[in-house]
Write a protein that binds this ligand. Structure first.
Ligand code: PLP
Length: 430
């Protein structure tokens, strides 16, 4: 390694080179950055990663083939990428207190594929949360490989609490004796009782798998309890609250390490994206800081303030609130569909998504709810006071506009959004 690393000593693809060779794409990159800066970003699965992570992603590590694992590669010339991957693995193990880490999955779905590959065979029974109650496509939904290749059984939430129905989980586990029991999903506002899942898995001899894609950043920031001591295996994405590069990872007990590694490569993937692995290493180090722990706590405080603010305005939070970075809201009280709310907010400069709510009377592409999350706005430095203001903006967009960006109220809401973002810019220019 060169002893003097300076920006000049590092040959990274510069934006100037892109502008020169492909101005069309260069301009689109700038337009997308402008779009991210111009709106209030409330997509619960998105964040604004750091310049350091972006630098690793835009590096010449993208050139390197490194099939295999450190010191066990199928290609020569892996001396530097071996060091990178070892650092990423060690940092992941240390951050999550895990016995083993695999940092190669290209995405959350790829990580999940590998977990199936390690523990199940086609035709086996799996038990996960249903998509319409907050689960994920890869937990056995019929259009996904997981629903096509496995016999998927689903639990949901209890009608009274709108939170996971643990009695139903136990009943279904006893009835169907699944190979795998999955906890986690895309629209679960509350903490999950990992100990209860562990107990159920033990009662039926199942592998207990937590798909922590959404909330792993809060675990990294020590703001909510960790699934790692309870689960056999934990898969996650690195780009949500965690704020790293787009990608996936898996941590597991040492006894499952070889199975998981073989399932990632060569079973499900080819060569790892080494620029992504480097960016994951950068991110894991960032997440081990007290600054990130403060961030994780603020993400939750902001989500709670936003959920309460919307609730006070008749946009009811499912389960009554949130313990995490996201809340799910029922729009039936204001007689607007999720699809209309998404469109109206978009026209007002607020980016969020429609979402099915448990026992939703509408079809999924219309939906009766919205999902909002605070990872991005918290990265921009906003606090609970700003969440109160955003709740008001959402309420007015949803109830007094029609989705037309030229609507007078939509225009004035956009002006308010611009004013708010002026004080909390995304990627501020130094
Ligand atoms: N698992 C859960 C719970 C998710 O929410 C997501 C994505 O939103 C995934 C897996 C898939 O991640 P990716 O989009 O990186 O494949």
């Amino acid at each position: 390694m060169s002893t003097q690393v300076t920006p000049q000593s590092y040959y990274g693809p510069s934006f100037a080179a892109l502008l020169d060779s492909d101005p069309q794409i260069a301009e689109l990159l700038v337009s997308e950055l402008d779009r991210q800066r111009a709106g209030i970003q409330l997509i619960a699965s998105e964040n604004q990663t750091t310049p350091a992570v972006l630098a690793a992603l835009g590096s010449t590590l993208s050139n390197k083939y490194a099939e295999g694992y450190p010191d066990r590669r199928y290609y020569g010339g892996c001396v530097e990428v071996d060091k990178v991957e070892k650092l990423a693995i060690e940092r992941a193990k240390s951050l999550f207190g895990a016995e083993h880490a695999n940092v190669q999955p290209h995405s959350g779905a790829s990580a999940n594929q590998a977990v199936y590959g390690a523990f199940a065979a086609p035709g086996d029974t799996i038990l996960g949360m249903s998509l319409d109650h907050g689960g994920h496509l890869t937990h056995g939904f019929k259009v996904s490989f997981s629903g096509k290749w496995f016999n998927a059984v689903h639990y949901g939430v209890a009608k009274e609490t709108e939170d996971i129905d643990y009695d139903q989980v136990r009943d279904l586990a006893k009835e169907h004796r699944p190979k795998l029991i999955i906890a986690g999903g895309s629209a679960i506002p509350r903490k999950i009782d990992f100990a209860a899942f562990r107990q159920i898995a033990d009662e039926v001899g199942a592998i207990f798998w937590v798909d922590a894609a959404h909330f792993i950043g809060l675990v990294a920031g020590q703001a909510i309890p960790s699934p790692v001591p309870h689960a056999d295996v934990v898969s996650f994405t690195t780009h949500k609250v965690l704020r790293g590069p787009r990608g996936g990872a898996i941590v597991c007990k040492a006894e499952h390490a070889a199975k998981i590694d073989r399932a990632v490569f060569p079973m499900m993937q080819g060569g790892p994206l080494m620029h992504g692995v480097a960016a994951k290493a950068v991110n894991f180090a960032e997440c081990a800081t007290t600054a990130y722990q403060d961030y994780a706590r603020s993400v939750i405080a902001n989500a709670q303030a936003l959920a309460a603010g919307l609730g006070e305005r008749g946009i009811r939070p499912i389960t009554g609130g949130t313990d995490t970075h996201l809340s799910l809201h029922d729009l039936q009280g204001v007689a607007v569909t999720g699809a209309d709310a998404e469109k109206r907010c978009d026209a007002a400069g607020i980016v969020l998504n429609k979402n099915a709510i448990p026992f939703d009377p509408e079809k999924p592409n219309i939906a009766s709810g919205i999902r909002v999350g605070t990872p991005s706005v918290t990265t921009q430095g906003m606090g609970t006071e700003q969440m109160e203001r955003i709740a008001d903006l959402i309420h007015r967009a949803v109830t007094t506009t029609d989705g037309d960006p030229e609507h007078e109220t939509a225009r004035s809401l956009r002006a308010e959004v611009t004013e708010l973002l002026g004080a909390y810019p995304a990627y501020p220019t130094p």
